[in-house]
Design a protein around this ligand. Sequence first.
Ligand code: SF4
Ligand code: F3S
Ligand code: ZN
Length: 103
Amino acid sequence: AIDPEFEQNREKVEDHDGHAVWGPVDEPEELGIHGTHVAVDFDICLADGACLEDCPVDVFEWVDTPDHPESEIKADPAKEEQCIDCMLCVDVCPVDAIDVDPG
Ligand code: SF4
Ligand code: F3S
Ligand code: ZN
């Protein structure tokens, strides 16, 4: 499961389309955590898709991650600022790859 303390335990290493990426990152097999308010651990996500289907405000978009061992697409929290903290995505992800921190 995603580490809910990732902000303490990881370093912000890059920006992806306006949201943070928390390392370590070593492409293509290690991709880190994308987003902060809505955070997706790309190294755990296996492209189930329930988060994209269920999010009422369409926070997530698929991004291509060729040659990642778990899946070659990931749910990117592209519009994390639109999140309304309903927690549906956290509940439906089968591998607990998502952390939402209403902060
Ligand atoms: Fe979407 Fe709700 Fe998840 Fe926020 S908590 S990203 S609104 S499903
Ligand atoms: Fe990935 Fe979980 Fe969504 S596996 S696609 S973050 S439901
Ligand atoms: Zn991203």
